[in-house]
Design a protein around this ligand. Sequence first.
Ligand code: MN
Length: 329
Amino acid sequence: MLETPRVIDNGNVGPVNSALVPRYGGEATYALLPRLRDLEAEGRRADIKVVGIPFDAGVSYRPGTRFGPGHIRQSSRLLRPYNPATDTSPFAQVQVADAGDMAVNPFNIGEAIAEIQKDAMALTEDGATLVTIGGDHTVALPLLRAASARAGQPVALLHFDAHLDTWDTYFGADYTHGTPFRRAVEEGIIDTEAICHVGTRGPLYGKKDLTDDERMGFGIITSADIFRRGVGDVVTQLRERVGERPLYISVDIDVLDPAHAPGTGTPEAGGMTSRELLEILRGLRGLNIVGADIVEVSPGFDHAELTGIAASHVTYELVTLIADRLAHI
Ligand SMILES: [Mn+2]
């Protein structure tokens, strides 16, 4: 077994050194970062853990997000360690590692949710922050449970998605990828003073979908709002709504237009561009982000890694934000 040369910056173990090893060779960890188990074998710990949840038992339309984590990792090989948008090197500011995949039950959603919650609690036991690559949106519920338990209070939520995901049941099922945020409100794990959907669009079952959602406390910035008002104005509103609260960010890749992210389960026309999404995320710099997920990447419907690349960059900006905040506290 050959020793893999890595970038070591500021004492932190970074990606494989791509001046010595081709980016397209070797194991596809997220951004070619070290495996958590290898760091821990050396007595190190990670401040940020990127963890996969290969799961799609909660989908209502196209399946395939069980292959999302592997696809995002494969599409992340070209990411580099310096982020010019923020003038930071996130993998040098803190230790970031790929924690591998959670092994969740593909046949029993209740059991899968319990396993995800248990694994999320175990991975954050040492104070690490999780950035999760999914998986369908069902996974956000147990991740929010763990995030609010660690924060010791309900967390603010920015939910980037084409859809509300606050429906009640589907075929009588309470736990699906269309219902996690209604369950989260019912469970009191998100702070209804500071919850907002961003990027919604497309037809609904009826106006009641919106009135129910509003009654739960959600604000809505639609995809059309972003086009009409612009990124800067939207960022200002989101920052005011969240303030200094512990914040969880959930990004369904279908928030992007199908032109930017075709590889997803429930695509809707008229979405934002990947440039707009990345710029909104950069605008959240300094906020107290306690966890994040990027979900609904379904590689069987992807073309030329468009969706995988978009998701890998979204993950990179989320890691950047968390690393920068951790480096300044
Ligand atoms: Mn969703």
